[in-house]
Design a protein around this ligand. Structure first.
Ligand SMILES: Cc1ncc(COP(=O)(O)O)c(C=O)c1O
Length: 437
């Protein structure tokens, strides 16, 4: 049992991190995993293994996992049906120089599930899928400009939106992409009025903390079509999570193209674009190709994940769990007087703190620190991802942890000395940063 007054023991994590900083560029493969984004020194950095909805760090601490690898884990870690199917395939081969029937089976499963999918194409990552979707929209319309709302990956076409802080992205691309605000149809209309004839596609991540209004999604579709542009939904974390047919099923607005990845294979690396046949038919010469896109372990994991989601009605389970979690968090927020915002869809609750800018980051750091000590792993400014293996006991433990953590945050805020409650340590600088050109 962890003593909640003491700092969480993460010595082994810190030891490995020191090696990582010297051997891995920026220390991580996914920027969201950077320990500097959490509570450095008071939060785990390295996970050893996972089982169901629980993960275990290299120091032996156990957590209920609500980050779920940033969305991919929807059934649970080491979920038997997926493990068995993948093991069986592993013995038969991972990748061949010709195609494999599992590609077709997974394609058919997706077409059965997703309203806009008449055909699909597989890739490996979310960024690859959104890049393919944008290329498809540009090829179909013969136009270059993209209007977007949300995060769509690290590739150049999208990174151009934040190029000012991002070196290595060609400046010329900045003139091809423009951002509009979620749930603000007028901000999209203003862009259409300005860039209209050059706009190939409008790409939207259809959940942004809060749920989308009908006016926003339907309005975006009408604006796109009246302008001769295509509507793309980036369903990376809503796909298979909100419903079998993703956000387009839940909100009843069918886009022209959609992209998927995270929950479709319970953690295996695979992504997909889905669209209508007439759109693909007009883009038959498009060069989208990748050696690993037909890797069979992920295809098999995808097939079994989608079948399990459908057979077990997983989104009903996670939705009911999520609703109770949101209710419980709202009650705690009232009883602790913490200004906590609890929004999102039942399958994807989203938390935020409505506190002064000066203390905002520290409030999150303290909350993460206190939740980790109480055996619950969450991330700052993020959805709480729920799996089919989160249990009744997990729900109770999570709400107890949230109450304990929020009481500490509340006290720290009232005392006006939040920093004194942080048990974090200052991150070191890796030695290579002192090398000059
Ligand atoms: C909505 C959305 N689109 C695209 C991506 C990029 O996916 P990946 O990191 O697999 O390239 C992400 C990743 O978090 C995402 O959330």
């Amino acid at each position: 049992m962890v003593d909640v007054n003491k700092r969480l023991k993460v010595d082994r994590s810190l030891e490995i991190w020191r090696r990582a900083e010297e051997s891995i560029y920026l220390g991580v493969q996914t920027m969201s995993k950077s320990p500097k984004a959490h509570a450095f020194g008071a939060f785990p950095i390295y996970i050893d293994h996972g089982k169901d909805a629980h993960i275990f760090d290299v120091d032996g601490n156990e957590y209920i996992d609500y980050v779920c690898s940033f969305g991919p884990i929807i059934l649970g870690h080491g979920y038997p049906r997926i493990v068995e199917a993948v093991k069986k395939q592993l013995e038969r081969g991972v990748l061949f120089s010709l195609s494999n029937e599992n590609e077709v089976i997974l394609a058919e499963e997706m077409i059965d599930s997703i309203p806009c999918a008449e055909m699909v194409r597989f890739l490996k990552t979310g960024a690859e899928a959104t890049t393919a979707a944008v290329r498809l929209a540009r090829a179909y319309t013969g136009r270059d400009k993209i209007l977007h709302c949300g995060y769509h990956g690290w590739n150049d076409w999208y990174a151009a939106t934040y190029r000012k802080s991002e070196k290595g992205v060609p400046k010329a691309l900045e003139d091809l992409i423009f951002s509009f605000k979620f749930n603000d149809i007028n901000s999209l209309k203003a862009l259409i009025d300005r860039e209209g004839p050059d706009v190939a596609g409008i790409i939207i991540t259809p959940l942004s903390g809060a749920e989308p209004t009908k006016e926003f999604l339907e309005g975006a579709k009408k604006l796109a079509h009246d302008n001769g542009s295509l509507l793309i939904f980036d369903e990376m974390f809503t796909g298979f999570r909100l419903a079998m047919g993703g956000a387009q099923e839940r909100y009843g607005v069918i886009p022209d193209i959609a992209t998927f990845a995270k929950a479709m294979a319970n953690g295996f690396p695979i992504s997909a674009i889905a669209s209508r046949k007439d759109i693909f038919a007009n883009c038959s010469e498009l060069s989208i190709s990748s050696t690993y896109a037909g890797e069979i372990l992920s295809l098999v994991a995808g097939i079994e994940t989608i079948r399990e989601l459908r057979e077990k009605k997983v989104q009903e389970y996670t939705g009911e769990y999520g609703e109770r979690l949101m209710e419980g968090l709202k009650e705690i927020s009232c009883s602790t007087s913490m200004p906590l915002q609890v929004v999102g869809a039942p399958q994807l609750p989203y938390l935020n703190f409505d506190v002064d800018k000066e203390v905002y980051e520290d409030v999150w750091t303290l909350y993460l620190q206190e939740m980790a000590k109480r055996g619950v792993l969450v991330r700052r400014k993020m959805y709480m991802y729920i799996t089919y293996t989160h249990s009744e006991a997990d729900l109770k433990k999570t709400l107890d942890a949230a109450e304990g953590a929020l009481l500490v945050v509340d006290k720290a805020l009232k005392n006006g000395d939040i920093k004194s409650y942080l048990q974090t340590v200052a991150p070191s600088e890796p030695s290579y940063l002192s090398i000059s050109r």
